[in-house]
Design a protein around this ligand. Structure first.
Ligand SMILES: NC(=O)c1ccc[n+]([C@@H]2O[C@H](COP(=O)([O-])OP(=O)(O)OC[C@H]3O[C@@H](n4cnc5c(N)ncnc54)[C@H](O)[C@@H]3O)[C@@H](O)[C@H]2O)c1
Length: 258
């Protein structure tokens, strides 16, 4: 129970990787605040996860691209659990594999708003609350190998994850030594989650996807298990992980090793 009596906030955690992270925190004794916008997944989370840990979970229908909703989430979290020790910026969406020459303003704005702007303003609340309660907290940003490579997605997603890496390093540098607040990024490889469901609505740029596949051959690709990525998040939040700050931690099964 390495995280007993600690509280973790995980965004976009009613399903996919975020849910695996929330479940691992609960197994290791932490309280968990989760938010999402998918009402079906929120109900499912309440039924299957919160029911087993009724005192330890706060489940919020919260759109983190809305500043007032982020404020409300932190207020409710502080009210229920007193303090927040860990924040995992997990919520994210894919783009359509459009390169810069084809990207629409709407796609760019939507992807940057969730993948980069929202984590920035969640981090703003997180560091200020941690400082208020003198917590040497940990922030983990769920990035992607798209944050260190140019070929795994379209321009918007790639730029958003490169930006998230910049936010990670800046937060680590500013708050690490001074306040003992750490911030690290996990550059995740492919995971079997609900992330591809959005393609049904947005569509896919097949030419962009085809070019990506040529530069990123299938035999160099392996899915990584979300439960293992979740364990890495918990390590980065643990006392044992306290030597790690500002790190770019690849978790892609070796897809980008070359
Ligand atoms: N699945 C992959 O192959 C992969 C690879 C690398 C990185 N990632 C990253 O992992 C993270 C988790 O994604 P996932 O794969 O579990 O996908 P997912 O779609 O299963 O989970 C993302 C969750 O975020 C929620 N969400 C969307 N918009 C939101 C908003 N405005 N406010 C609050 N919640 C919102 C969704 O409803 C969803 O439940 C993302 O940051 C993603 O970029 C995923």
């Amino acid at each position: 129970m390495a995280h007993k009596d600690k509280t973790a906030l995980v965004t976009g955690a009613a399903g996919g990787l975020g849910r695996a992270i929330a479940e691992e925190f609960l197994r290791q004794g932490a309280n968990v605040i989760i938010c999402d916008i998918n009402k079906d997944l929120i109900s499912d989370f309440k039924e299957k996860v919160s029911a087993a840990y009724p005192e330890c979970t706060l489940v919020l229908d919260c759109n983190i691209t809305d500043d007032a909703a982020i404020d409300d989430m932190f207020e409710q979290g502080e009210k229920k659990f007193g303090q927040i020790d860990y924040v995992v910026n997990n919520a994210g969406i894919m783009d359509r594999f459009d390169p810069a020459g084809e990207v629409e303003r709407e796609t760019w704005d939507r992807v940057i708003a969730l993948n980069l702007t929202a984590p920035t303003f969640v981090t703003k609340r997180a560091v200020n609350l941690m400082i208020k309660h003198e917590i040497k907290g940990s922030i983990v940003n769920i990035c992607s190998i798209a944050g260190i490579r140019g070929f795994t997605s379209g321009a918007a997603y790639t730029a958003s994850k490169h930006g998230l890496l910049g936010l990670t390093k800046n937060t680590a540098a500013f708050y690490g030594l001074k306040n003992g607040i750490r911030c690290n990024a996990i550059m995740a490889g492919g995971m079997q989650t609900n992330i591809a469901a959005a393609f049904q609505k947005s569509g896919i740029n097949m030419e962009g996807l085809g070019i990506m596949r040529k530069t990123f051959p299938e035999d160099a690709f392996a899915y990584v298990e979300i439960e293992k990525v979740a364990k890495l998040v918990l390590y980065l939040c643990s006392e044992e992980g306290s030597i790690v700050n500002g790190a770019t931690w690849t978790a892609d099964g070796g897809s980008t090793a070359n």
